[in-house]
Design a protein around this ligand. Structure first.
Ligand code: 9MR
Ligand code: 9MR
Ligand code: ZN
Length: 561
């Protein structure tokens, strides 16, 4: 694949010279949608040129003004009126944007790649050329797993590598699966058609559900006999940058947490309903797993938190409270079974579980605060016993938040519904969560403006941002290509595995390399470097890709209809 990849940051402390002066969504724009590019310099006119450099459209520029989070004085080129299908660049004042498309299905490829990324993270198996192209590897992490602190060994293989590291964590995995399963629930037409070319392709079950099943099977193995769940399965320390099959340190399951038990319960209950038409036995097993974990939760009403035992340096996924996880679990089991005891528990937590001012937890999408999935479950479930007033209130919470986010987006020259503090580790996750919230608000209120706002968030992810970079590997002329992702760094292949979403700008610069590369005082949206060392800026993670699956399923469905 040709194209520029963002390597120029490496080792430079001074402000980078950007390869493009005008910033646009590098996948492109649906023909009839709002289409803008951002120019951080003054110009009265802009033009659109085709691949031969011929001018096909001309427009006037509007001045947005100073944008606090990028430090840019922003001018906007709006070419919404130009709807001719094709490949183009925006040009102005001798500067140009990367190439992008206008047309139908412009997000098909990136949607495919973002969904396929999970296959590339599969653990416990080999990746075969037939499915993985050049990104093959031998079976990894197939050894026996020691129960931390015991001489007991378990046979637990499978699941997805969490991120750039090779760990597997229950709360993170449950959250990622759930985003995908909700995408399936809400946009089944488009996901039924999505072909991923994975080993299970060709079965009667849609590819995306086969891919999720790979993680669900692993998640169920993380349940203990008593219904609790091990918090994570990792080595003692993160591996060096080697291929996964060369990471042969001893594997451990680490102590249980109640968040893990609740998330496992919730995602299994959710999945049980979804897989029922495809595989009754699997669906039944999911249901039994969910019920057993719920029983444990009832017998253990207090939060069991997780801390790394001494000697262990892998991820923690800290949570201080499990109310939201229990709220989600109760909602899913009610939706699945219709039993009033689950409804009662859900309603109890809805009313008394969250203090005043904590309602935002009821719309949060994880990995830590995850109440939004419980709310969504309750809104979508069609049990006659459900409390419709509560369901309506939850819809109002989502749409209320979306109006507030819309204001944030309006204040950003780039249209990002994020503010200063949101530019933290994994900020692109919040960008995609916010797009999800816009999509839900559009469904709940019928206000078409929200649909446009969801697309605007994707535009930011795919290049209409102050570095002009596409945060998705393999997508766009100027894109991330050096994420903190072990196989990608160790495989010797120049082009990164496609479809991986980088964590994105993080003004807290939480790793040594980021501190070295990025000058203090750099505006939040520019606190990024496509550098392999920068795990707090440029790692990948399953629950960063998963909300994007939801967003792209929606946008592709809109395109098709
Ligand atoms: O590679 C690890 C990454 O996945 C984690 O997000 C990060 C924070 O826990 O840690 C990375 O591993 C680093 C470790 O914590 C310290 N030594 C260097 C490791 C990678 O460069
Ligand atoms: O995504 C997590 C981020 O919100 C936290 O700030 C960060 C530090 O605790 O950890 C991130 O999660 C990492 C996990 O601990 C280990 N695997 C890689 C994850 C992504 O960087
Ligand atoms: Zn593995």
């Amino acid at each position: 694949m040709n194209g520029l990849s963002a390597t120029y940051f490496t080792g430079k402390k001074d402000e980078a010279v950007l390869p493009f002066g005008i910033f646009a969504d590098q996948a492109g724009y649906a023909a009839n949608s709002r289409k803008t590019a951002v120019m951080p310099f003054k110009s009265d006119y802009f033009a659109i040129v085709n691949e031969n450099g011929e001018k096909v459209y001309e427009g006037t520029v509007s001045h947005f003004g100073y944008d606090e989070f990028s430090g840019d004085d922003i001018y906007i080129a709006d070419f919404s009126a130009f709807t001719t299908r094709g490949s183009y660049r925006v040009v102005a004042n001798g500067k140009r944007s990367p190439v992008f498309r206008i047309g139908d299905g412009v997000y098909k490829n990136v949607f495919h790649d973002i969904a396929k990324a999970f296959y590339f993270l599969r653990c416990g198996c080999s990746l075969e050329e037939k499915y993985a192209g050049e990104y093959t590897h031998a079976p990894c992490h197939t050894g026996k797993v020691r129960v931390y602190g015991e001489d007991t060994f378990l046979d637990i293989q499978g699941g997805w590598h969490d991120a750039g590291d090779y760990g597997r964590y229950v709360t993170a995995g449950a959250c990622a699966c759930a985003h995908i399963l909700y995408a399936y629930k809400m946009f089944p037409e488009v996901l039924d058609k999505l072909e991923l070319n994975i080993p299970e392709s060709g079965s009667a079950t849609p590819d995306i559900l086969e891919e999720c099943r790979y993680e669900l099977e692993w998640l169920m193995k993380m349940q203990r006999e008593d219904g609790s769940a091990y918090h994570k399965l990792t080595t003692m320390q993160h591996a060096p940058f080697v291929m996964p099959e060369d990471d042969t340190d001893e594997l451990y399951v680490f102590p249980i947490s109640s968040s893990a038990a609740a998330d496992l319960c919730a995602v299994c209950a959710l999945a049980s309903g979804i897989y029922e038409p495809y595989d009754k036995e699997f669906s039944q097993k999911l249901r039994e797993t969910a019920e057993l974990s719920y029983k444990w939760l009832e017998e253990n009403p207090r939060n069991v938190g997780f801390r790394n035992p001494s000697g262990c340096g892998t991820g923690i996924y800290v949570e201080f409270d499990d109310t939201d996880n229990r709220y989600w679990a109760a909602a899913e089991l009610f939706a699945l079974t219709g039993e009033s005891r689950y409804n009662d528990s859900f309603l109890h937590l809805y009313r008394y579980g969250f203090q005043d001012g904590m309602n935002y937890i009821k719309t949060s999408f994880g990995y830590a605060l995850i109440g939004g999935l419980g709310s969504l479950s309750y809104i979508l479930c069609d049990r006659p016993e459900k409390d419709n007033i509560v369901a309506e209130d939850l819809k109002t919470l989502f749409s209320g938040e979306a109006y507030w986010l819309a204001d944030k987006a309006d204040r950003s020259g780039y249209g990002a519904a994020l503010n200063g503090e949101d530019y933290c580790w994994g900020s692109n996750m919040y960008l995609m969560h916010n797009a999800m919230k816009f999509i839900l608000a559009e469904k709940f209120t019928g206000d078409g403006r929200f649909s446009g706002l969801a697309a605007e968030q994707l535009h930011v992810l795919l290049g209409r941002n102050p570095l002009g970079i596409s945060y998705v590997t393999g997508c766009g002329e100027y894109r991330c290509n050096n994420p903190h992702l072990r196989p990608a760094a160790a495989d010797g292949i120049d082009e990164c595995i496609p479809g991986m979403i980088s964590g994105g700008p993080n003004s807290r610069l939480d790793d040594w390399r980021a501190k070295q590369l990025i000058r203090p005082g750099t505006p939040p949206m520019k606190c990024f470097a496509d550098n392999v060392d920068c795990y707090s800026l440029n790692e990948v993670a399953i629950y960063w890709n998963s909300p994007a699956v939801f967003v792209l399923a929606y946008l592709n469905q809109k395109d098709d209809s």
